[in-house]
Design a protein around this ligand. Structure first.
Ligand code: DLZ
Length: 195
């Protein structure tokens, strides 16, 4: 029985392109969350080739990476056939297609949803508070500014134990990445309907 979180809904994701940007801090927790997210995307019918994964150093970098990933995929798709080549995720934001991100260079269209994954574990200083607050506000802003659903896959926890319990690592615990995958498909499908 699913006791926490939304009752799962399965939508047809076969026509969707989904981006995932994850931080590399706390990678032992990130890894199962990423796996859980991808597993649900695939289960909903999203093609593996339509799932683009990029990484950033820490959660702080998630908002700008999500914003650039989405914008670059839009620019590229509106310039289809222009012969764009790969570059860095956070490469130039100009119309110079040779420096567009690798993800966008292979784009067949803009992303329908982007999942931002990070794990913030409270330490002894105020870092946690500043980063958690800014990242959540930043990700919300990117979603509202661009109109692309940004799934909030950021754990803000007080201990390693709490993080493990939300990544499905502890026996019997639920992997929140699965919820994020389902949310991305549901929101991607709904967004198409709202467009
Ligand atoms: C600096 C920092 C700290 C203290 N903790 C975390 C964390 O728990 N999770 C995370 O994703 N990133 C952390 N970072 C790194 C910042 O997010 C960021 O990458 C750096 O401050 C560089 O801008």
């Amino acid at each position: 029985m699913h006791t926490k979180g939304p009752a799962p809904q399965y939508h047809d994701g076969s026509g969707l392109r989904i981006g995932i940007v994850h931080a590399r801090w706390n990678d032992t927790i990130i890894e199962p969350l990423l796996k859980g997210t991808k597993a649900k995307l695939l289960e909903c019918g999203v093609q593996d080739s339509n799932i683009v994964v990029q990484t950033v150093p820490g959660a702080w970098e998630l908002p700008i990476a999500v914003q650039r990933l989405y914008s670059a995929s839009q620019v590229q798709s509106s310039s289809a056939g222009s012969g764009a080549t790969a570059g860095d995720l956070l490469g130039s934001s100009t119309a110079d297609l040779t420096s567009l991100p690798a993800a966008a260079a292979t784009a067949t269209g803009p992303f329908d949803a982007i999942v931002a994954i990070g794990v913030l574990i409270k330490g002894e200083t105020m870092h946690f508070e500043y980063i958690a607050d800014s990242v959540s506000q930043g990700l919300m802003r990117v979603g509202l500014d661009t109109g692309v659903p940004v799934v909030f896959g950021v754990l803000t926890v007080l201990s390693d134990e709490q993080a493990k319990a939300r990544a499905g690592i502890i026996e019997g615990s639920h992997n929140h990445g699965e919820d994020w995958g389902l949310a991305a498909v549901e929101m991607g499908v709904k967004r198409k309907g709202w467009a």
